[in-house]
Design a binder for this molecule. Structure first.
Ligand SMILES: [Zn+2]
Length: 308
């Protein structure tokens, strides 16, 4: 049991997942850097688009942070997210195997340290871009205080922002709360690829970071807007798992909607979170795990209880 708790806490610390009834900060850096070699895998999606993939958050000795998109444009390299602090050199070493161009732009999908950890690694001339609320959330992080405030996003937006043009165009969208209150969806229109960040992190219960404005109550509605608003995409880069398709995103939206209505009904019926979790079946969702469902239901209960 203690081992399980320790493992949960380690997970919580690494991924920013607040385990049930534990008060942990949204993200705390690991106490010690990983002991082993820092291995990041590289996956080629298109001629000029790669993904520095995400190792499993369950193993803290090898976990590098979320999936990073590497978009090579005429003007330089755009990164979507920057993994955990301490992994900057490993990212750079991988980049050197595919391009001589410098990193000129970083887009942060959201505030968490496993997505913003190396924003300060690539120099002050890099343009850092994020949604307004994410910038505000980043301002609260120790990693962006003092001298490091110069690595806060300089370019922000509210609902939609287009960067570049033609084959280098990138569209950023904000559709509402979910994982946090500032999650950006990044679209590479010429390549028909979408990076969802942690709004679609894995095939399991969603993590909604209430301390950063996240909402598992809003999540299904927000994802519905994404599905309606972003067309012409074939490939999805999720936050922390292998590449997905729009059909997978649609299934995840239904999963989150199911989980919400199940939780609302269970709460109305006076059921405990344990009972509500035990009664929720993931079987009808192929490939889904049931490791984070209970935490998601707890999070929905917490949110509903706060409402007047
Ligand atoms: Zn996150």
């Amino acid at each position: 049991m203690l081992d399980t708790m320790k493992r949960l806490l380690a997970l919580a610390v690494l991924t920013g997942v607040g385990a049930i009834s534990m008060t942990v900060a949204a993200y705390q850096p690991p106490a010690a850097p990983p002991a082993g070699p820092r291995v990041i895998d590289l996956e080629k999606l298109k001629d000029n688009l790669y993904v520095l993939t995400s190792s499993s958050p369950a193993d803290r000795t090898t976990f590098s942070g979320g999936n990073v998109a590497v978009f090579i444009t005429d003007g330089g390299v755009t990164l979507v997210d920057t993994k955990l602090a301490g992994w900057g050199q490993a990212i750079l070493d991988k980049l050197k195997t595919i391009t001589d161009k410098p990193v000129t732009r970083i887009i942060n999908t959201h505030t968490h340290g496993d997505h913003t950890g190396n924003d300060n690694f690539f120099g002050t001339s890099v343009e850092i871009v994020a949604q307004d609320n994410t910038k505000a959330n980043m301002e609260k992080m120790d990693a962006f205080k003092g001298d490091n405030a110069k690595f806060l996003p300089k370019k922000t937006y509210t609902d939609k922002l287009t960067l570049g043009s033609g084959k280098d165009r990138i569209d950023l969208y904000y559709f509402g709360a979910g994982h946090t209150n500032g999650d950006t969806f990044v679209v590479f229109p010429a390549l028909r690829v979408l990076h969802t960040g942690d709004m679609f992190a894995w095939k399991d219960g969603p993590y909604c970071d209430l301390t950063n404005g996240g909402s598992c109550v809003a999540l299904p509605r927000t994802l519905q807007k994404v599905i309606a608003g972003i067309k012409d995409v074939d490939t999805i880069i999720p936050g922390h798992s292998p590449m997905q398709t729009p059909t997978d995103l649609q299934m995840f939206q239904r999963f989150t909607a199911d989980l919400l209505s199940h939780s609302v009904d269970a709460m109305k019926a006076g059921k405990s979170v344990d009972d509500a979790a035990a009664a929720f079946k993931v079987d009808k969702y192929p490939g889904y795990k049931n490791e984070r469902v209970k935490a998601a239901i707890q999070s929905i209960y917490d949110e509903l209880k706060k409402k007047p």
